[in-house]
Ligand binder design. Sequence first.
Ligand SMILES: Cc1cc2nc3c(=O)[nH]c(=O)nc-3n(C[C@H](O)[C@H](O)[C@H](O)COP(=O)(O)OP(=O)(O)OC[C@H]3O[C@@H](n4cnc5c(N)ncnc54)[C@H](O)[C@@H]3O)c2cc1C
Length: 380
Amino acid sequence: MQSYWETQSFFHYDVIVIGSGITGLSTAISLKEKDPDLRIAVLERGIIPDGASLRNAGFACIGSFTEILDDLRQISEEKVLQLIQLRHEGLKLLRKRLGDNAVGYKENGSYELMMGNEIPLLDQLDKINSLLFPVLHGDAFSLCNEKIKKFGFDQNEVQAMILNHCEGALDTGKMMFALMQKVIRSGVEIKTGCKVESVDEQKNGVIISVKNTEEESVVRFFASSVAVCTNAFTKELLPDIDLQPGRGQVFITEIIPNLPFDGIFHFDKGYYYFREINGRVLFGGGRNTDFAGETTTDSALNESIQQILEDKLSSLILPGRKVRIEQRWAGIMAFGKDKFPVIKKYSDRIFMAVRMGGMGIAIGSKAGEMLAEMIGKQWE
Ligand SMILES: Cc1cc2nc3c(=O)[nH]c(=O)nc-3n(C[C@H](O)[C@H](O)[C@H](O)COP(=O)(O)OP(=O)(O)OC[C@H]3O[C@@H](n4cnc5c(N)ncnc54)[C@H](O)[C@@H]3O)c2cc1C
């Protein structure tokens, strides 16, 4: 049961954004930048954003060398360039919008570890640099083999190392906090604990139904347009979207005295990634060892992948050292038939930016900007 006052002042919006990850929050900011008078609410099912945006590794990345080579086996050079451009522009927008200080952005180096069987691929380094030059305006990759020993990695396994000049690290928690503060300052309301059960398009707007667990009733919001930014969870609302969830496993160690490296690191086409953060090692990946098992929206830990990560930590990354794992978690990404996000008008009043893959930190801001542009077009 609602009072007259509640109905009048709390349930009608110009735009409702569903999902408060980086994409949803960026969409709200871009909409306000276009038209500060819009009344906008972001509805989030969690008490804090409950998706990948607070569970990732904080790599501000455009793609590692072996990952780009792998992409080139599947899609055209032109498409690969489009992907790199999207990531590059997304990161520029994120950093410009929030500032490097606020997101803890650091360029302490980004490296790819190359194993013995990958050495022949290095012949293509110059070719890939030339390919990416029009987007990055400089060489992205160079060899830095002298650092393998300095960083203490297993030199039997790691036989070359590539420095990527276009990537950095950020502090994911600080980034999301700064983004939420900016959204609130711009006059957007963020409503947490609001799991949207359905979106129902009508002639004059969209009805967005949220379960009120207190009263076991349904609360209905009304919006002229809806932006669906629910990434891996989108099929629960719109089942016909081409999207599969993909779980990512992560852990963080205790503080390690005299850790010999900082910066961010990838190996095996980006399937494994680790970094230094506040004197600890954050290590994640291994989804490729069990694609079927990790195609899930269940954010439980996968014991065998966690074990693979632990083994690689002690053999490859910190050989001869025993360190304690302090925290483990998993997060859910969204993948599709290719690496491009789905940013589209779904119906007359429902729009979506979903399927951010493993690089939503890089592309979330740009995806939000593109979605806001699409939504704005209907009022022109
Ligand atoms: C382990 C891991 C490591 C990663 N590392 C990196 C990295 O280093 N660099 C990088 O660029 N990317 C990385 N990613 C990917 C990146 O985190 C994601 O691509 C990005 O966060 C997606 O943002 P999003 O806002 O689209 O989705 P999400 O952050 O998942 O946001 C979707 C939001 O929608 C909400 N929601 C869902 N359904 C509903 C509903 N029915 N009602 C209301 N709210 C709902 C969810 O609670 C969630 O808050 C990583 C991901 C994982 C899991």
